[in-house]
Write a protein that binds this ligand. Structure first.
Ligand code: NAD
Ligand code: TYD
Length: 335
């Protein structure tokens, strides 16, 4: 099988390519990526020279480039996106361009090339925000209620993907997953930012009261979920994917990290809140468990420990990332 992975130089895409190359030795992969600030080919340097792997530098909004890259492709896994909520608040336009228009360009090409599966990687943020302390969770029936430009652009892309199934019969699947963490995550996102700041002896910025709740999913568990959806998921269906973090607040996450890294809580620095900050996310992943047999492999603490070890052992990777454009962004965001 030949797969086209969009956004494969980013965090989840790179983890997925490494996972797939390991577990599917007969398949080949084309990684199609624009290499924005978030795309980093260092994530995939172990694949250099591998005849089953090809990299194409391209923009998913560029129809002719996408068309060429799709030649002979059976399956598309679409990760490419502008993915950071804070950046979408500062500058929404690239989110609309890449996440909505880019997805539509890919869908058109997928219809033309008669691909056997178009899998769209989306987020739980399309469902909006849950009340703190409620028992409610997002599931496949939850009404869309996006509240940030990022979430709205991902919601738009989800609707387009579903529309191409209904209108053109394109065999699509969608996963809406919760916050991922793990190796190769760009250190502007909360967990890698916290770990790397602590290693560097810096404070960890916590927005508002820090009582915001995310559902934390280890990236390899997410890769296995996508694998199962590609293998046994039903065309036209959506699957919600979440972790085992059990309603932990951002402060709770930082306390775990400081404890695991042998530091005290003086590293926490409360900073101005994010506008429109969603209070709580939680995912009911019973459909994918029931229908495809998926569940997270370990609990949150075990994966968090492993993630801390990875960042400790891969200082060169993140020190390189934490330079240049990232520094400009960091100053603008936190002063
Ligand atoms: P990321 O920002 O780390 O990587 C995105 C990748 O897409 C980068 O390599 C970038 O260069 C590429 N890209 C951006 N614009 C492009 C364009 N126009 N054309 C081609 N390539 C382009 O993102 P991530 O965290 O790996 O997220 C991957 C996907 O998963 C996204 O669709 C995101 O919405 C979704 N998702 C992420 C999370 C999370 O916690 N990270 C949670 C839920 C859903
Ligand atoms: P983030 O990793 O940006 O993911 P998302 O906004 O997609 O959930 O943020 C996770 C949570 O951590 C969110 O509640 C915002 C909070 N946060 C901070 O408190 N400080 C920070 O510096 C960042 C980046 C996030």
């Amino acid at each position: 099988m030949k797969l086209l992975i969009t956004g494969g130089a980013g965090f989840i895409g790179a983890n997925f390519i490494l996972y797939w190359m390991n577990h599917h030795p007969d398949d080949s992969i084309v990684n199609f990526d624009k290499l924005t600030y978030a795309g980093n080919l260092e994530n995939l340097k172990t694949l250099e020279g591998n005849s089953r792997y090809t990299f194409v530098k391209g923009d998913i909004t560029d129809g002719s480039c996408v068309d060429r890259a799709m030649d002979g492709v059976d399956t598309i896994v679409h990760f490419a996106a502008e993915s950071h909520v804070d950046r979408s608040i500062t500058e929404p336009a690239p989110f609309v361009t890449t996440n909505i228009i880019g997805t539509q360009v890919l869908l058109n090409a997928a219809v033309k090339h008669k691909v056997k599966r178009f899998h769209h990687v989306s987020t739980d943020e399309v469902f909006g925000s849950l009340e703190l302390h409620s028992k409610e969770k997002f599931n496949e029936q939850t009404r869309y209620d996006p509240r940030s430009p990022y979430a709205a652009s991902k919601a738009g892309s989800d609707h387009l993907v579903h529309a191409y199934f209904v209108t053109y019969g394109l065999p699509v699947t969608i996963t809406n997953c919760s916050n991922n963490f793990g190796p190769y995550q760009f250190p502007e996102k909360f967990i890698p930012l916290a770990i790397t700041n602590i290693i560097e002896g810096k404070k960890v910025p916590v927005y508002g009261d820090g009582l915001y709740v995310r559902d934390w999913l280890y990236v390899e568990d997410h890769c296995r979920a996508i694998e199962l959806v590609l293998q046994s998921g039903k065309a036209g269906e959506t699957y919600c994917v979440g972790g085992l973090s059990d309603d932990i607040s951002n402060i709770g996450v930082i306390k775990k990290i400081t404890h695991m890294m042998g530091k005290d809580e003086s590293v926490i620095e409360f900073v101005k809140d994010r506008p429109g900050h969603d209070r709580r996310y939680a995912i009911d992943w019973s459909k994918i468990r029931r229908e495809l047999g998926w569940k997270p492999e370990y609990d949150f603490d075990s994966w968090l420990e492993k993630t801390i070890v990875w960042y400790k052992e891969n200082k060169a990777w993140w020190k390189h990332v934490k330079t240049g454009e990232y520094q400009t962004y960091y100053k603008q965001q936190y002063g």
